[in-house]
Design a protein around this ligand. Structure first.
Ligand SMILES: *[C@@H]1O[C@H](CO)[C@@H](O)[C@H](O)[C@H]1NC(C)=O
Ligand SMILES: *[C@@H]1O[C@H](CO)[C@@H](O)[C@H](O)[C@H]1NC(C)=O
Length: 279
């Protein structure tokens, strides 16, 4: 169990934990063991090497349906029928987590769901990438939020929301203090740092869904599993410079810029759904 302690004590604890972990595991590089082999965004553990870090990560190198993509607006196929994005989130107990390679929010119990082609995907977690992973017409944005949903058959559906610098994001504003708490927290052993958020209402994230891009891709972090149904919202939201700094602060140094480069399209179709009835 992680405890919030003063900075000085936590530093000593951090170093002794580090030494202990290194001794026990006999590893010499990083302590970012997160279930699978450790990975990062730079150098020998960077995205170009992911497929070689573990046999489990082979899809990162060999997969043909990988994410993220650079979405070129002239190449997308406009769907003739607008299918509204059906999402029913319910206020749920949440925990803010430092996954080391990103900051995320996990939900306990029922946080609601989204529906695609008659299939229900329950909201499991969300996390931030900075800069953005997906690009629109080659433009990379400062931040991208991923809302990860899973169906009963374990298939995944992720909603991506892009952010540009402007006014603060209301959701991050709400959890500002918790984010500061998280950046001070250090964990024993391999356990990830986390801070309870209490009940988090996601109605803020349901706005602006009259335009979105849809394609089939993959997880953007190892093991890069495929057949993930992606929905990238067309409406770019706003975030402040301070908020971008806050979601980077707790991360380890080679994950502060945690965006995987864009992957080849390999003949895939990106569909555009746009509600043209209201303007
Ligand atoms: C939310 O989680 C906290 C900590 O795990 C727990 O004490 C509390 O009872 C939970 N609240 C609800 C409404 O589930
Ligand atoms: C993002 O915001 C900046 C101002 O902070 C603006 O100059 C830029 O054009 C915006 N980018 C896009 C692609 O809208």
């Amino acid at each position: 169990m992680c405890k919030i302690i003063t900075r000085m004590i936590s530093r000593v604890l951090y170093i002794s934990t580090l030494v202990l972990t290194l001794l026990i595991l006999g590893v010499s590089s990083t302590v970012t063991e997160n279930k699978g082999a450790s990975f990062g965004y730079m150098g020998t553990h960077g995205p170009g090497e992911w497929g070689r870090l573990s046999p489990e990560y082979s899809e990162c190198a060999k997969g043909k349906l990988q994410s993220p993509l650079n979405i070129m607006k002239t190449k997308v196929v406009r769907s003739k029928i607008f299918k509204p994005l059906t999402r029913n989130y319910v206020p749920a107990n949440a925990t803010l987590c430092n996954n080391q390679f990103n900051i995320g929010v996990k939900y306990e119990g029922d946080a609601g769901s989204m529906e695609v082609n008659g299939k229900t995907y329950s909201l499991k977690q969300m996390h931030w990438h900075s800069p953005s992973e997906h690009r629109l017409n080659g433009v990379r944005y400062p931040v991208e939020l991923h809302l990860v949903h899973q169906a009963e058959d374990l298939s995944l559906s992720v909603v991506a929301i892009l952010f540009n610098y402007s006014t603060p994001d209301p959701l991050l504003l709400k959890i500002k203090e918790k984010m500061e708490e998280l950046s001070k927290e250090v964990c024993a052993g391999n356990e990830e740092a986390h801070v309870p958020l209490g009940i988090l209402d996601l109605k803020l994230l349901k706005k602006n869904t009259r335009k979105y891009y849809r394609y089939v891709g993959s997880l953007t972090t190892p093991p890069c599993y495929e057949n993930v149904l992606w929905t990238v919202l067309g409406k770019v939201r706003s975030i402040s410079h301070e908020q971008v700094a806050a979601i980077k602060a707790p991360l380890k140094s080679d994950c502060k810029n945690n965006a995987r480069p864009c992957q080849p399209l390999n003949g895939r179709m990106v569909e555009l759904y746009e509600d043209l009835s209201r303007n």
